[in-house]
Design a protein around this ligand. Structure first.
Ligand SMILES: C[S@@+](CC[C@H](N)C(=O)[O-])C[C@H]1O[C@@H](n2cnc3c(N)ncnc32)[C@H](O)[C@@H]1O
Length: 185
């Protein structure tokens, strides 16, 4: 009995360690953790998404699915796509999607720098400055048909935001809406 208890404890310790190592590894290699947008940021992003018509929304780095799952429920007739490289957040968000039967949500375990943006109408992200610079380059090089980009907290270099919501949080964090096609420089 004691041996079984020890086995069980070691088994769970192994699982927790593997999960921790996996998250730390992807956080270090990607430069960002799978930290979800705050509820205030989500509400602002949703308010901005309401102004973007009915096209496909792509979350660049969908994390645990906090944004994509809520937005897929909010817009059942819109296609929502998430790209996430971190294995555990991608797995958990996929399980929740299946449990909730969200047929308009697709979650890919793929590097979003390598995706074809031609089917995207709206890009959404909560990343960091270096990633925003790479996305800006990608948008300018590919001349993709992206109409809008919504960014939590980080500005998109070389583009002018058409609307900014300042959150009522400690840092007065901005959430930006960019109209890509019209304001491209
Ligand atoms: C701060 S989280 C944002 C999660 C979600 N978008 C939200 O707002 O709640 C950023 C996520 O982007 C993912 N990520 C970063 N670079 C990536 C890349 N090149 N391809 C796919 N996912 C990436 C990270 O693994 C992380 O989970």
């Amino acid at each position: 009995m004691l041996t079984f208890d020890i086995f069980l404890t070691l088994f769970f310790a192994l699982i927790v360690s593997a999960v921790t190592v996996s998250i730390i590894y992807t956080t270090v290699s990607l430069g960002i953790s799978p930290m979800p947008s705050s509820n205030k940021a989500y509400l602002a992003m949703m308010q901005l998404a309401d102004e973007t018509g009915s096209g496909t929304i792509i979350d660049l780095g969908s994390g645990w699915g906090n944004f994509v799952i809520r937005i897929a429920k909010r817009y059942p007739h819109r296609q929502i796509i998430g790209y996430e490289l971190s294995y555990l957040p991608w797995l958990i968000s996929n399980l929740i999607k299946k449990f909730l039967g969200l047929k308009n949500l697709t979650l890919h375990r793929q590097n979003f720098y390598q995706i074809d943006l031609s089917s995207a109408s709206v890009l959404v992200c909560y990343l960091f400055p270096h990633a925003m610079a790479k996305i800006s380059d990608k948008l300018q090089q590919e001349q993709a048909g992206v109409d809008y980009l919504i960014s939590n907290n980080f500005a998109l270099p070389s583009f002018q935001a058409s609307k900014t919501i300042q959150l009522d949080d400690f840092y007065k964090s901005p959430v930006y809406l960019y109209k890509i096609a019209k304001i491209k420089t």
